[in-house]
Design a protein around this ligand. Structure first.
Ligand SMILES: C[S@@+](CC[C@H](N)C(=O)[O-])C[C@H]1O[C@@H](n2cnc3c(N)ncnc32)[C@H](O)[C@@H]1O
Ligand SMILES: Nc1nc2[nH]cc(C(=O)O)c2c(=O)[nH]1
Ligand code: SF4
Ligand SMILES: [Mg+2]
Length: 221
């Protein structure tokens, strides 16, 4: 069973798939503890907030409500809602706390492509065809470490930045893990002007890419 915080259809707003119509599946639970996390409502898995899966679909506002659901039940929601997107983004919370293989395999068999958004602090259990976005979390409150296996599996790296220190930490992680990824995105934390300038300057200096959270500029989910 998967713990589902929300399901919604939108446009992917971050990194390589920006602009792609996507079904988002946001899973519940994350112990990593990023101070600037924009989805803190997903951190806890408190039984008090359990609802039916239907109540997690196209939520009007962020909430701690979540539902237990099987892969089949999740697929059934995509079909009954008449979603047209064929790309599914599995995010959270920390989706790699779950074995994502049964879910991704089912979705692939139905013609969907899949993408995971992960902090890289849990083993990535997903099929080879799944696009993996690792947003490595370094020195966060929860004390979790980025796994070298996650860095090696990443199809792209997407690093939220607000200070030069964040870029130095990323480069130290590349050196430690021996992984020099081909696709590196810097993503300004919370659309702050200073963070955006920092990201642009470093993208130019290092020939990395910029990822702004397009959905936040558009005011959509
Ligand atoms: C909310 S996380 C969920 C998936 C997973 N736990 C992770 O961290 O990758 C989804 C993405 O949003 C990024 N993110 C979270 N809060 C942000 C913020 N305030 N500004 C920019 N990016 C943020 C994360 O780094 C990650 O790339
Ligand atoms: N439109 C849109 N794109 C996104 N890309 C990553 C997201 C996330 O929260 O993981 C996200 C999100 O919440 N909305
Ligand atoms: S790892 Fe992801 S979900 Fe967890 S606190 Fe950090 S940004 Fe938020
Ligand atoms: Mg988001």
């Amino acid at each position: 069973m998967y713990k589902v915080n929300e399901i919604f259809e939108t446009i992917q707003g971050e990194a390589s798939f920006t602009g792609t119509p996507s079904i988002f599946l946001r899973l519940q639970g994350c112990p990593v503890g990023c101070a600037w996390c924009d989805t803190k409502q997903t951190w806890e898995t408190n039984d008090t907030f359990i609802v039916s899966l239907d109540n997690t679909v196209e939520k009007k506002a962020d909430s701690e409500w979540w539902a237990n659901a099987s892969a089949d039940e999740i697929l059934a929601i995509f079909e009954s809602r008449g979603y047209q997107a064929k790309h599914v983004v599995i995010t959270g919370g920390e989706p790699c706390m779950f074995d994502l293989r049964p879910l991704c395999e089912l979705l692939h068999s139905k013609g969907y492509s899949t993408q995971i958004e992960t902090s890289g602090t849990f083993e990535i259990l997903a099929p080879a065809e799944t696009w993996v976005t690792v947003s490595p979390k370094i020195n966060m409150r929860g004390g979790y470490k980025v796994l070298p296996s996650a860095m090696a599996r990443a199809d792209e790296i997407k690093h939220p930045v607000a200070m030069q220190k964040h870029i130095e930490e990323l480069e130290a992680l590349f050196a430690q893990t021996g992984v020099e990824p081909k696709l590196v995105y810097l993503q300004p934390i919370s659309q702050k002007a200073k963070a955006t300038k920092l990201a642009i300057d470093n993208c130019k200096a290092k020939n990395w890419r910029l990822s702004v959270q397009v959905h936040k500029y558009l005011g959509i989910n």
